[in-house]
Write a new protein. Structure first.
Length: 306
């Protein structure tokens, strides 16, 4: 039991790791901030005596935030069944590209392999309990005994959930064969071919079995179903370029990897993330839902200053 009142600075200092965890669990920075804000609200709702009785405020906040995320994941599955078109995780800019500077909450999400778009999409295929157990254990190295308290399962059951999640990741991820520099070069060539409306060049850069998924959320135009096959994707992109003159394509870091941003009149309207294999593009995730592009247009969420 603590013998003194918890240091407010130490409590606030947990926010960075909490947002990093919640983003990986939820795939949405906005929802992650809301979950962390709710965890802090519950902490400050306790009396000073109750706070002093908490041996590790950081562990307490992690447990509460994890439970909130678990509940949100359950309700999110229902909401996404009603979502118009495909749902793609909210894309993150590189921390150096945030318009509002390093104080922005995105700076609190460490850019490692556990935030690349391909990884987050695999997480979306897991059950809520699988996702929480896997992310807490394999990404954040929490022991199963602590995870058990969060998801109300036995440590053995949590171990099984994490193992199941690990199998999903291994089954979905192809071995990395392209370096970051190689991916940047491939994305640059893709950008040039798209701008030139060179369908032959686009087909040459795309894997024959490539897939493109777009997320407009019913708010803007976007393909409601995945576009499959390199030739069909190239044709679709050329068609879209013809329909949207005036777009500016920019090379940007998207979730820690080279990607593209499309802007119209200075406003980001599309963020594209890529996955590669054998020096060909195998997946394109194009986020067009404006509610998921706030970070790219300088909008701060309400909980950013908490």
């Amino acid at each position: 039991m603590s013998t003194s009142e918890p240091d407010p600075r130490a409590i606030f200092g947990e926010r960075r790791s909490l947002i990093a965890l919640a983003y990986r669990l939820l795939g949405s920075l906005t929802e992650a901030e809301d979950a962390v804000q709710e965890a802090y609200a519950r902490w400050y709702a306790m009396s000073p005596q109750q706070q002093e009785a908490v041996e590790s405020p950081g562990a307490w906040l992690t447990t509460v935030a994890g439970r909130i995320c678990l509940d949100l994941l359950g309700s999110a599955r229902v909401r996404r069944e009603r979502y118009v078109g495909a749902w793609i995780p909210e894309p993150l800019p590189d921390r150096t590209e945030w318009i509002d500077g390093p104080a922005d909450p995105a700076d609190r999400v460490a850019m490692d392999e556990s935030v690349n778009m391909a990884f987050l999409v695999v997480l979306e295929s897991m059950t809520p309990a699988e996702r929480v157990a896997f992310v807490l254990h394999d990404v954040f190295r929490y022991p199963f005994a602590e995870i058990a308290e969060i998801i109300a399962r036995s440590p053995a059951a949590c171990r099984q959930l994490a193992t199941s999640g690990r199998r999903r990741v291994r089954a979905a991820q192809a071995p990395a064969t392209t370096t970051t520099a190689g991916q940047a070069g491939l994305v640059r060539r893709f950008k040039g071919a798209w701008e030139a409306r060179d369908i032959k060049a686009l087909v040459g850069l795309l894997d024959p079995d490539a897939t493109m998924v777009a997320d407009g959320g019913g708010l803007v135009g976007a393909a409601l179903r995945p576009v499959e096959g390199g030739e069909r994707i190239a044709q679709y992109l050329i068609h879209m370029a013809a329909k949207a003159p005036g777009l500016t394509l920019l090379e940007r870091t998207v979730n820690g990897r080279p990607g593209l941003v499309a802007q119209y009149a200075g406003t980001t309207v599309t963020v594209a993330a890529f996955d590669l294999a054998a020096d060909r593009i195998t997946h394109i995730w194009a986020v067009r839902n404006p509610e998921k592009l706030r970070a790219w247009n300088g909008d701060r969420a309400d909980g950013a200053a908490l």
